[in-house]
Design a protein around this ligand. Structure first.
Ligand code: ARG
Ligand code: ZN
Ligand code: CA
Length: 261
């Protein structure tokens, strides 16, 4: 539960993602791909999950899609993300260890409520840790999150560490913020200030996320059946079509994919 002192700054971020229904080839997709690999683990140092040449899988166009790689992640971290200043980096996206993704299957308590994705997407949209990194009451560049001395784990009781950074945190640490390190079940808010920062990051760095039409619930021209860029029109068996016939109105129209396949 969010303590009463902060209930007025707990935000509805109004940021929602959906699984893509159209892939970069214009084919229908569940938004999930699965890659078999002989790689036994993947690392933050080499980003080897992000390329098929190193046993992973290449990303989809980063200006249209948020890529999330779920894999066996070495080094004891739950996940990591690229902040938006690295938008053009081919590694742009979020990586999450398979034990810490979602709520089902191989997921492990206490990281079994999907909060690693919430946390990493926060970074992907320019949020810093609430303690500002580095310890010693650093800044997270958000005004309404109280200054806090360092990260928290597990789930402290409220109030926790009140005044440890002087009067700037008289109510103590906001350890239930998604940008701390507490257990999934302990986390429950982004603040209005964090929402403002994420919204600004979308507008400044990732505006195509607002424009594309790749996850509408009504897929474009469902008569076409496409696999890996090869499409068949079930009406006439013709395998050649103009992409704009299929993706009318979508973002891909203005991209380089307007020629026939
Ligand atoms: N990057 C952080 C780590 O690897 C993620 C922390 C996520 N916390 C959570 N409760 N799911 O430690
Ligand atoms: Zn983090
Ligand atoms: Ca702050």
């Amino acid at each position: 539960m969010t303590p009463n002192v902060w209930s007025n700054i707990a935000a509805d971020t109004e940021i929602e993602f959906c699984l893509a229904t159209v892939d970069p080839n214009g084919a229908f997709t569940s938004g999930i791909t699965r890659t078999q690999t002989s790689q036994t683990s993947f690392s933050i140092q080499t980003d080897n999950m992000k390329s098929s040449s190193s046993g992973g899988i290449d990303p989809w166009d980063q200006d249209d899609y948020l890529n999330i790689w779920v894999c066996d992640l070495s080094g004891g971290i739950l996940g990591y993300a690229t902040p938006p200043s690295t938008f053009n980096n081919p590694d742009d996206g979020v990586v999450i260890g398979y034990r810490y993704f979602g709520t089902l299957g191989t997921v492990q308590a206490p990281y079994n409520k999907g909060r690693t994705a919430t946390h990493e997407v926060g970074h992907w949209l320019n949020l810093d840790h609430v303690w500002g990194n580095g310890g010693n009451c650093g800044s997270d560049n958000v005004n309404d999150t109280p200054t806090q001395e360092e990260e928290n784990y597990s789930c402290p009781a409220f109030p926790h560490n009140a005044n440890s950074c002087g009067t700037s945190n008289s109510a103590g640490d906001m350890f239930m913020n998604y940008m701390d390190y507490t257990n999934d079940a302990c986390m429950n808010l982004f603040t209005i200030g964090q929402k403002t920062r994420m919204t600004a990051a979308i507008n400044q760095y990732r505006p195509n996320l607002l424009n594309h039409n790749l996850c509408s619930n009504t897929p474009p021209v469902p008569s076409w059946n496409c696999l890996n860029g090869n499409c068949i029109d079930p009406l006439n068996g013709n395998g050649t079509y103009l992409r704009h016939q299929q993706l009318s109105g979508s973002l891909l129209l203005r991209s380089r994919h307007t020629t026939s396949l």
